[in-house]
Design a protein around this ligand. Structure first.
Ligand SMILES: NC(=O)c1ccc[n+]([C@@H]2O[C@H](COP(=O)([O-])OP(=O)(O)OC[C@H]3O[C@@H](n4cnc5c(N)ncnc54)[C@H](OP(=O)(O)O)[C@@H]3O)[C@@H](O)[C@H]2O)c1
Length: 247
């Protein structure tokens, strides 16, 4: 029976992916900054562990406690929508600490066991915003595009060890708490000079009907975990697939 460790399982894609792997008879190490056992149904195949991907000690403890795993899913992430002029460098650093450095640090922490066993898969959840530039998402996009490039280089480096590294690129998913969780970071992020631009961006979003569901993401992560022949980049969700197809 295989084991997956997933970051950011308290809600959204991480929670849905943990449930999906449990439903498919895997052992699941569901990690969260603040562990809540009750977000997932009780199962002998489920362990809930504390993990903050921005904290080196927390990463070491979680990886040690989890023991051998077959798949790591770097899903934890934070969003930021705003003009660069309205975003402090402290906020920029915080986004990169979680989305970019957190993913790199988690990957580094599991590689020794994957390389020694000559087996293992890392799935990095980035974003379809990296497929087409969008206004007011420069920092968010940069933090995720860095992981796309990181993953594609690392995939080549790990080929000799039969370790696979993949990217899942979800589209916009209004059903998750992503937008709500980003709100506190967005106070003052749209200065008056950018108000018209922001209104146009929001109006365009309101018209777009194709969206991504948490199930779309769970299915793409599942494929990455189980199909060694799958492409390194996998868009997830109707909007992400349309964007990828138009490039
Ligand atoms: N929803 C979208 O529209 C969308 C689109 C494209 C890509 N994505 C990406 O998909 C991933 C999941 O997003 P989601 O939509 O499921 O959003 P979500 O519901 O806000 O989930 C994000 C998860 O990341 C966790 N997290 C945040 N900072 C963390 C840290 N330092 N250490 C560990 N966990 C941390 C959150 O935990 P807490 O409860 O502790 O905050 C939460 O469980 C993110 O990487 C996001 O960038 C989302």
């Amino acid at each position: 029976m295989k084991t997956v460790l997933i970051t950011g399982c308290s809600s959204g894609f991480g929670l849905a992916t943990a449930q999906y792997f449990l439903d498919h008879d895997w052992k699941v190490v569901a990690t969260m900054r603040t562990p809540h056992e009750d977000v997932l149904p009780r199962s002998g195949r489920l362990r809930v562990l504390a993990l903050d991907v921005t904290d080196a000690d927390s990463i070491r403890r979680a990886v040690e406690t989890a023991g051998p795993i077959d798949v790591l899913v770097n899903n934890a992430g934070v969003g930021m929508l705003g003009a660069l002029e309205g975003t402090s460098m402290e906020q920029v650093r915080a986004i990169f600490e979680t989305n970019t450095l957190g993913t790199i640090a988690m990957t580094q922490a599991v590689l020794p066991q994957f390389r020694q066993r000559k087996a293992g898969v890392v799935v990095n959840v980035t974003s379809s915003v990296t497929l087409m530039p969008l206004a007011l998402l420069s920092v968010d996009t940069a933090s995720k595009a860095a992981i796309n490039a990181f993953t594609e280089s690392l995939a080549l480096e790990l080929e000799p060890f039969d370790v696979h590294v993949n990217i899942v690129l979800p589209g916009r998913a209004p059903e998750t708490r992503f937008g709500e969780n980003a709100q506190p970071r967005m106070q003052g992020a749209i200065p008056e000079a950018y108000a018209d631009l922001a209104n146009n961006v929001f109006a365009a979003w309101a018209q777009s009907t194709a969206v991504t569901t948490a199930k779309d993401v769970a299915e793409a992560v599942w494929r990455a975990a189980n199909d060694p022949a799958c492409p390194v980049r996998m868009p997830a969700g109707a909007d992400a697939l349309a964007l990828a197809g138009s490039r």
